[in-house]
Design a protein around this ligand. Sequence first.
Ligand SMILES: C[S@@+](CC[C@H](N)C(=O)[O-])C[C@H]1O[C@@H](n2cnc3c(N)ncnc32)[C@H](O)[C@@H]1O
Length: 567
Amino acid sequence: MRQKLELTWIGKDSRPKLEPRILLEDPSKSYHANHRVRESDLFDNRLIFGDNLLALKALEQEFAGKVKCVFIDPPYNTGSAFEHYEDGLEHSIWLGLIRDRLEIIRRLLSPDGSLWIAIDDNEGHYLKVLCDEIFGRSAFVSSMVWENFYGRSNAAAISPAHNYVLLYSPMGQDWKKVRNLLPRGDESSSKYKNPDNDTRGPWRLGPIFAAGERHEGLMYTISTPSGRKVSPPKGSHWRMIEAQFWKMVDEGRILFGEKGDNNPAVKLFLSEVQEGLVPRTWWSHSEVGHSQEAKREIQALFPGDTPFDTPKPERLLNQVITIATNPGDIVLDSFAGSGTTGAVAHKMGRRWIMIELGEHCHSYIIPRMKKVVDGKDLGGVTDVTGWQGGGGFRYFSLAPSLLEKDRWGNWIVNKEYNSGMLAAAICKLEGFTYAPSDTYYWQHGHSTETDFIYVTTQTLNADQLQALSDDVADSSSLLVCCSAFKGDANRYPNLTLKKIPKMVLTKCEWGHDDYSLNVENLPMQHQSAVEPVPTKRVASAKAVQTAQGGLFDATATATPANVEVKP
Ligand SMILES: C[S@@+](CC[C@H](N)C(=O)[O-])C[C@H]1O[C@@H](n2cnc3c(N)ncnc32)[C@H](O)[C@@H]1O
């Protein structure tokens, strides 16, 4: 029996053994501005079309520990896609799917990074417990309440007005040391006035007592100019020791009111307070926008089109990215939807990676990002960021599985793989960086400065192996991955010989393309005799989409098009 405090669900113990796929760039869908608008323009942003579990796995080798901010807005599990199944199973599937993705996201986050997850009451509280398990309870920073709807609806007993944004960081509460403050808006500055023309500028009165009885010189009694005695009220203490108090009186930083009889108060000068505002957990619609604002932003970008159902407002992302990152940092969204995260990150000069499985990757994200790059998106946070266009992005899809079965059921290298793809894929599986050399035909990649890898579909004979061994310096080593070899493998001290595909067979699951929801594969609930057994997806993608995106729906599968390998 399990001994620890944990959330369990059906299927919790089964974890996929993921194939680290290579990503294939399709230059016809990548896009760049014609010229540099500014020195800091970013071109190596990435849009990945495909299931995010395989895509996140594909990113792991290059980006582990490098992503500064992850924002995800997964399907909230509000649809009725599972009406023929046990309710518990539906929640179990959602938790399992999210868990597998979050585990990779944890490895992608930089040590000072942060993860922000938008969620509502359907799964929010389960998600909190799940995240505590994955990231550690001490990694929880805060839970924001975002006022996504400010009207009143009759549909529910209590009209919902908010979503949550859960925030985790490997630094836990120490993340305060690296997070940014929010710019002080006009509203907060307007509280500072200068009725006495103080040369130090606008000021406001602040409290002089703090809560809690503390001694150490903080419990003295003073006389006001009118002669009244003042001590800290019960349960409080002065904010400064007495010597400091009188020094501040001399400097005109403490006021006693016109008649000199009030309790003292401190003058806080705008020029001396923190440069920005500490973020709070309450994110009002006036501060960061609401769901309708988000829809209007999409409608402005795509007038006349069916609007994307569940976008987030650009101001919401602006706030997240402001707090969590600095220019040049990497922002990742693996449930990209209409591409709000990438659009805002781009306008703010951050690098971005977005993953999206649905066709709207092509119908919304690409055209939206092209407008941003061209400086033709005039809505959202374009004004506040001063965005004028520039930079670009590269479009990728997932390569098919490296191995497929032949007609006798044996695993063979997928026929869609050319030699470049094969070398890149084997490098990834063996933990080498794919970097083919122009000088040495046998250098396809390296793991250190002196450890190389060579991938070939040839059968190598003893002469070829000897030639390779002679070519590789004595101080270096070469992993040779080939179809077969002849001779004694131990004869060459600087070579290690392995056979493809045998060498990789047990490394992961092969030929598994769909890790998104597939109702057909679920254990069936007991059906009554008259109830038809569903053989297809139970709910249409559209029905779920209207709730909050498809429930990890795989209606669109990436078909590797005319691809170019640029791992
Ligand atoms: C709620 S929407 C995100 C909306 C986004 N924040 C925006 O502002 O447009 C969730 C998105 O996740 C996508 N999605 C669901 N399962 C996915 C998966 N397994 N891989 C990649 N994307 C997925 C859906 O297609 C949908 O577009």
